[in-house]
Write a protein that binds this ligand. Structure first.
Ligand SMILES: Nc1ncnc2c1ncn2[C@@H]1O[C@H](COP(=O)(O)OP(=O)(O)OP(=O)(O)O)[C@@H](O)[C@H]1O
Ligand SMILES: [Mg+2]
Length: 450
């Protein structure tokens, strides 16, 4: 089973090739056996006829002439000798007995009671036969026939070699198998290509990225799968878009009443109450701005060339100044063209999460192929695998964080993902073996357009 190929293409090729080859071989064998049986019967008739007529001939010529006559009658296939004595009956197998009785029926009636012996054997004088009869292992038929009283004729027939297995049949079988496998390969390509495109697109969706439309080609069944997939991604895109529009509308419409509230708080005379109200308004405003940025995702800011390393370092330093447990591992300059404010925001969100939910943040930059990866690790509880996709959705906060005093909005990671994707990158979460969460923000050095 280890030899059994795993891909659909190879399986189709192997199955068709084997099937075609076997069916060809079976048909060839069938014909071969059929014609063999025919020529075998034909041959037996001719052998019997010749042996019987030569026996009759020997009986009708003078005894002296018999020996020269047998000499003259010898051929490549026949040997004759006239011997003293009657035929000695010997036990015969059914095929030998059948030939004996055919012989008897051809001899004149006066021989009706005389014994006849037939013996299939390998005859020592037979010329080497490269095509030894592989079915029965015999190559001569020795027949002892009564000529006259006390004289017998021993006629030995050397079976001609069976015709060799025709090479044409073998070549035809190979060619048929090749042609059929080429056809199999073609079909497999038509099926497997769209299927692997579909699989690629599906894993993109699973990673939370926008899936390209898969081409709706190939056989009907495959084509239907592609159509269903495209319909599904359209639906998902529309839902996401509606969500984005909703966020955007809410964020936008909140701005005006917040501004009004801010102005109105100025008129509150009790300074303590005024300060509290203003703090509340500030929080509301920050929330609204976060909603708006999450809805906008990327956009607005123009990309510029920065050093990612010093950008991350300055975010770490700012938080460190505020007394947060943030460690920066350091990294040589990492030039990157990006929307720096967005990247700064994304990095800060990740670090703030690490500090808020994971007690500390350990920040580093890795170079991974054609991308930089900002890695933020903490020593907290991590995030259960089944929640790792959900936390990117807007307003999703896990049960554990509700109890904490960190009054987040649940938009931080939504924003990080929007920013990463806006830069042609991605963000991934995973639990560390040693405990805690590892958040990786991947940013291609040559960001995708858009
Ligand atoms: N490092 C982490 N360790 C454990 N849980 C985390 C971590 N980072 C995020 N989470 C969980 O994921 C949830 C969503 O995070 P997200 O940053 O989107 O929102 P938030 O931090 O609650 O609010 P905001 O960032 O908008 O102020 C968090 O509420 C928290 O439950
Ligand atoms: Mg957060």
């Amino acid at each position: 089973m280890r030899l059994w190929p795993r891909t659909l293409g190879m399986q189709l090729i192997v199955v068709t090739a084997v099937a075609v080859f076997l069916s060809n071989a079976a048909v060839a064998l069938w014909f071969e056996l059929g014609s063999e049986r025919l020529s075998e019967n034909d041959l037996t008739e001719r052998v019997v006829d010749r042996a019987a007529s030569i026996t009759t001939l020997m009986a009708s010529i003078p005894p002296k002439a018999r020996r020269p006559a047998t000499e003259a009658l010898k051929s490549k296939l026949w040997q004759f000798s006239v011997e003293q004595g009657n035929v000695v009956p010997a036990p015969m197998n059914p095929s030998e007995a059948r030939i004996a009785s055919r012989l008897r029926s051809m001899l004149p009636p006066k021989y009706a009671d005389a014994p006849i012996a037939v013996h299939f054997a390998s005859w020592p004088g037979a010329p080497p036969n490269p095509h030894k009869d592989w079915r029965r292992g015999l190559d001569t038929i020795e027949m002892s026939l009564p000529v006259v009283r006390n004289t017998r004729l021993v006629a030995t027939f050397i079976k001609p070699p069976p015709p060799p297995w025709p090479t044409e049949i073998v070549i035809a079988a190979i060619v048929a198998a090749l042609v059929a496998s080429a056809a199999g390969a073609y079909i497999a390509r038509r099926v497997a290509r769209p299927l692997s495109k579909l699989a690629d697109a599906a894993s993109l969706v699973a990673r939370g990225e926008t899936a390209p439309r898969v081409p709706e080609v190939g056989p009907d069944d495959v084509c239907h799968a592609a159509q269903a997939f495209n319909t599904m991604t359209d639906q998902v895109t529309r839902t996401l878009e509606r969500q984005r529009q909703l966020l955007s509308a809410v964020g936008h419409d909140l701005r005006t009443p917040i501004t009004a509230m801010r102005i109105n708080t100025e008129f509150v005379e009790d300074s303590e109450l005024r300060d509290r109200l203003q703090r509340n308004v500030d929080e509301l405003q920050a929330l609204t701005e976060a909603v708006l940025s999450a809805a906008r995702g990327a956009g607005g800011e123009a990309p510029r060339q920065i050093d990612l390393s010093s950008l991350v370092e300055s975010v770490c330093a700012d938080l460190d100044d505020l007394g947060e447990p943030v460690t920066w591992q350091g990294h040589p300059p990492a030039p990157l063209s990006c929307r720096a404010n967005e990247i700064q925001r994304a990095v800060r969100n990740l670090i703030e999460n690490a500090v808020a939910y994971g007690h500390n943040a350990d920040v580093s930059i890795r170079e991974a192929g054609d991308a930089y990866e900002v890695v933020v690790e903490d020593n907290g509880p991590g995030i259960a695998e089944e929640d790792q996709t959900r936390v990117f959705e807007p307003f999703v906060r896990l049960e554990s964080s509700r109890n904490l005093e960190t009054g987040g909005t649940g938009l931080g990671l939504t924003l990080v993902r929007a920013i990463a994707q806006g830069h042609g990158g991605a963000v991934a979460l995973e639990n560390r073996d040693s405990g805690g969460l590892r958040a990786t923000l991947r940013l291609p050095r040559k960001p995708a357009k858009g």
